[in-house]
Design a protein around this ligand. Structure first.
Ligand SMILES: Cc1ncc(COP(=O)(O)O)c(C=O)c1O
Length: 390
């Protein structure tokens, strides 16, 4: 047996016994919101490609154009082989749309959160020990950034700004800088943070506000560019991604010019990682240009999401506080979530069971994401199948 394989095997067996073994599945994606798995065509309710942009010809065309002009790879980090003009142009567009002085593109949302937060919270640069106040459901990548910096993190109850304020007040005497972390739209719950409320609290307590807008960019906010910009940027920064509604890959940080310069020097995800490849920059660039013109698609998406939420709620299924295209069917136990997901598959739908540690214990769920390409009749059939399985 190859070295240490018995150790890895033991953990795999443990996970299997707990019913929490994850597996990669081979699939094909023949069309928007369709997935073929094991020879079966399923209606996909699992993807973050909410508008179907990953199959939009404008993205494929610009990806091919940029590949032809600048090659398929970037060769090294932007600090080594240089900064391609299309990447700078994309950053200018993102900064303009977000009302920021500057933007910085990174390889992925995970990498952005994990490496930007590690840089911001580095006690060697700060005037004192940082103290982080994070919504308890913040994404794992944000937790990773805090962990890397070994920062002290106080979690406040999900979306509960009174609790956040009580923690800020209780630690008002803390000498080091304070950071407040939240998503704008929460990835597993589809509910929204009170962004103006967060800005107000960050201002009152002099805290840096770090907002992850990953699931809002492309689908919510003015012109579809997300829920945080302008005012939020006075108090801190906003992260967004190109890999979800924008149908491409990569991420951005919208921030001040000085903070961008700081990150170019101190963020390991920039310094030690190869820049996004030109075709990916091309796809992200084309998607960014398309966003303001996609009102009809966004309208359809939100109508579909509203219909899905209403049908599930009417059937007595707990959808939490979802008010977006992400609609959790919260079922409780792992077993229940797995049983329902299996039944959905039998009925021709892909809706994946999400279990701890991705969500809190006792809240296993089917995370359903609506698409602008779903038909109302498909949503009805999905809900019927889900309710029948329960
Ligand atoms: C809120 C949030 N932030 C960041 C990420 C990571 O983004 P990416 O998939 O681009 O690495 C995700 C995706 O899972 C997410 O849901």
């Amino acid at each position: 047996m190859p070295r240490f394989d018995e150790i890895w095997e033991l953990e795999l067996r443990r996970r299997e016994e707990a019913g929490r073994l994850r597996r990669l599945r081979a699939v094909e994606r023949p069309a928007e919101s369709r997935i073929r798995e094991g020879g079966r065509l399923l209606v996909d309710f699992s993807s973050n490609d909410y508008l179907g942009l990953s199959r939009h010809p404008a993205l494929a065309e610009r990806a091919a154009l940029f590949a032809g002009r600048w090659g398929t790879g970037s060769g090294a980090s932007r600090l080594v082989t240089g900064n391609l003009e299309p990447l700078e142009a994309l950053e200018r567009k993102v900064a303009r749309a977000k009302g920021a002085e500057a933007a910085l593109v990174l390889a992925s949302g995970w990498q952005a959160n994990a490496s930007v937060l590690a840089a911001l919270l580095d006690p060697r640069t700060l005037p004192g020990e940082p103290l982080v106040f994070a919504d308890e459901l913040c994404h794992a990548s944000m937790r990773q950034g805090c962990k890397t910096a070994r920062a002290r993190v106080l979690s406040y109850r999900h979306l509960d700004l009174d609790h956040l304020e009580s923690l800020l007040r209780a630690h008002a005497a803390h000498a080091g800088p304070r950071f407040v972390l939240s998503e704008t739209v929460f990835s597993m719950d589809g509910d929204r943070a009170d962004v103006p409320g967060l800005i107000e609290l960050a201002d009152r307590y002099g805290a840096f506000l770090y907002l992850d807008d990953a699931h809002a960019v492309g689908v919510l906010g003015e012109d579809g560019y997300g829920l945080a910009g302008g005012e939020a940027l006075r108090a801190g920064l906003v992260v967004g991604t190109f890999g979800k509604a924008l149908g491409a890959f990569g991420a951005f940080v919208a921030c001040s010019r000085r903070l961008r310069d700081f990150l170019v020097n101190r963020c390991s995800g920039i310094v030690y990682s190869t820049a996004l490849p030109p075709p990916v920059i091309g796809a992200a660039d084309a998607a960014w240009d398309l966003v303001p013109a996609l009102d009809a698609e966004r309208k359809r998406l939100h109508e579909n999401a509203r219909h899905l939420r209403a049908r599930l709620s009417a059937a007595g299924v707990d959808v939490g506080r979802s008010s977006t295209q992400i609609v959790p069917a919260i079922l409780g136990s792992d077993e229940r979530a797995i049983r329902v997901a299996t039944a959905l598959r039998e009925a021709g739908f892909l809706g994946l069971p999400i279990r701890p540690p991705t969500v809190p214990e006792g809240t296993s769920r089917i995370r359903l994401s609506a698409s602008a390409h779903h038909q109302l009749a498909e949503i009805d059939r999905l809900v019927d199948a889900l309710v029948a399985a329960l």
